[in-house]
Write a protein that binds this ligand. Structure first.
Ligand SMILES: [Mn+2]
Length: 273
């Protein structure tokens, strides 16, 4: 049995299917998903169907992301502000994935099975002997059992410091404009920005190999390098299309992302409460 970890999917079902295939993910492998299944991409419904289906017949440990938190709040609070916050963060795309040719999707079209999955199956933190898994991050001043939902779902990776427990943090949430996972040794961020012209990452925790797919299903692979903020290390397949603000460029055999990818998070990603 291997252990795989998948970063922020954001409605990109094609990429999810492609990384699973490329990693040769089997039903007896353990899959940990880091949250943010919905919003921004074209098929949030398809992504939730995929994870719910897999969790009924395989081993999945799903975490909750801040986007699922917003979706749940919009559903349960019947609070216009909660609903508006979700819409501002991509909720409209999610609802449209629940629609049909004849009917626009609404929150009533989200099946009970999806709500149950989000409410009951998705956790805020998962720990093993050596690692802990969260969507956003943690408050390093508090024990892992004493974290708040706000810290776990909304903390950004930029200021990550080692936790006194000595465990390695595996998280998503903070898009890495390099398109590569960021490995600080004590903390690894797997949000490689598939929604903004980047990649979806599936990491084999033990071997440190990872597979990536972009939103169109192009696949590449690489291997984590601790401390690597350098570009191109370990990545075998490296050609990219050039688009308006998503330009990858070859330089001394390495790749760079010159500009922020499309849809790069702005203030809308920061907590408002
Ligand atoms: Mn997030």
């Amino acid at each position: 049995m291997r252990t795989f970890v998948i970063g922020d999917i954001h409605g990109h079902l094609t990429a999810l299917q492609q990384v699973s295939k490329a990693a040769n993910l089997r039903y007896d492998d353990l899959l940990i998903t880091l949250g943010d299944y919905v919003d921004r991409g074209p098929d949030s419904k398809g992504v939730l169907d995929w994870i719910v289906q897999r969790s009924t017949s395989g081993k999945v440990i799903p975490l909750l992301g801040n986007h699922e938190q917003m979706m749940l709040a919009a559903h349960s609070d019947h609070d216009p502000d909660a609903s508006e916050l979700w819409m501002l963060n991509g909720g409209r795309m999610t609802l449209s994935s629940y629609g049909t040719n004849r009917k626009r999707g609404s929150i009533e079209d989200v099946p009970k099975q999806h709500w149950e999955f989000l409410e009951r199956k998705c956790r805020l933190i998962y720990q093993t002997e050596q690692h802990f898994f969260v969507h956003g991050g943690i408050d390093p001043e508090r024990g892992l059992e004493e974290q708040t939902e706000l810290s776990l779902l909304w903390t950004r990776f930029d200021d990550a410091v080692p936790h006194p427990s000595g465990k390695i943090m595996i998280c998503g949430h903070t898009p890495q404009a390099s398109g590569k996972p960021r490995d600080l040794g004590y903390a690894i961020c797997l949000d490689t920005c598939v929604f903004g012209g980047g990649w979806l990452t599936c990491l084999d925790l033990e071997s440190k190999c990872y597979w990536q797919s972009d939103s169109r299903g192009e696949v590449r692979r690489g291997r984590l390098r601790t401390g690597s903020t350098s570009h191109g290390t370990g990545v075998k397949k490296v050609q990219r299309r050039d688009t308006r603000s998503d330009v990858w460029r070859r330089s001394t055999g390495q790749l760079f992302l010159d500009t922020s990818p499309l849809g790069f998070p702005t203030a809308a990603e920061t907590p408002r409460y």
